[in-house]
Design a protein around this ligand. Structure first.
Ligand code: SAM
Length: 252
């Protein structure tokens, strides 16, 4: 098991003892880094709701929700129809079993392509979203939809986390991200969290360029031993890369 922690006691207990018991696809490595960012936001006074599109049985959702600050809620959106209708009950049971108070957690059975930003804003009680994990249908259309859906409700210092980027099974999905970044030049790729495995693939973290200074130096210092020093070449800037086993090719 990779020796990594978020620094948030409740999240770290879950990551150490229970994370792998909840069926799901996100890596523990990524969940620890995201938990760290959620803790960092709370420390900075960045307040708002936490959202996941594509909760499945709650593995990553629970890690996020354990980082809720007082007065905040976690909203989980899923069609809850795959691989069978029982997934919704399993999601609820997992949230209860892992200590998410039902009144802090809002379950929304819906297809994200049928939700408008106005619907989402209403569901959020007009509160901004400070951290969102998008992990729904791995297609360009759906990711474009989901990015547009959350963009309008994102906190000024909010973070968008995207699952299964650069996954060999979904090579076209990343196009939706670059199109989004071109449409929104104020947004930047903050960090690439590298894969643990083919079923625990990389995540992208995106935030406003003006918010980078809140997160980038902090990530670098908290996770320096996972830093891939060449970083990610975005042509006009470099984004941070964190990888479970950083190394460079040996060239003699
Ligand atoms: C890969 S699983 C999510 C895994 C989970 N986030 C984790 O880390 O363990 C993808 C989920 O997205 C849901 N989904 C797919 N397309 C969706 C859509 N358009 N709207 C809402 N949920 C969707 C599926 O039902 C499935 O539960």
């Amino acid at each position: 098991m990779i020796d990594i922690a978020s620094g948030h006691p409740a999240i770290d207990r879950y990551l150490a003892e229970r994370y792998e018991q909840v069926r799901g696809m996100s890596s523990r490595f990524a969940a620890a880094i995201c938990g760290h960012l959620i803790r960092r936001q709370s420390a900075l006074g960045v307040a708002g709701e936490l959202v996941e599109i594509g909760t499945f049985e709650g593995r990553f959702f629970i890690a996020m929700a354990l980082g809720l600050a007082p007065g905040e809620k976690a909203v989980g959106i899923d069609r809850f129809d795959w691989p069978d209708a029982g997934v919704e009950d399993r999601f609820v049971a997992n949230c209860v079993a892992h200590g998410i108070p039902p009144d802090r957690c809002l379950r929304w059975k819906a297809d994200s392509r049928e939700i408008s930003t106005g619907d989402l804003r209403k569901k959020l009680g007009e509160r901004p979203v400070r951290f969102v994990h998008i992990d729904s249908h791995h297609s360009r259309d759906c990711l474009t939809n989901d990015l547009d859906l959350v963009h309008g409700v994102l906190h000024r210092d909010g973070i968008i986390c995207l699952d299964d980027m650069l996954h060999p099974g979904y090579p076209m999905v990343v196009k939706a991200v670059f199109d989004y970044l071109a449409r929104h030049p104020a947004m930047r790729l903050l960090c690439i969290i590298d894969r643990e495995d083919i079923v625990a693939a990389p995540k992208f973290l995106i935030c406003r360029r003006d918010s980078l200074s809140l997160y980038e130096p902090d990530l670098l210092s908290a996770f320096s031993r996972f830093h891939f020093t060449l970083n990610a070449d975005m042509e006009t800037y470099f984004a941070l890369v964190l990888t479970p086993r950083p190394r460079l090719a040996e060239i003699g």
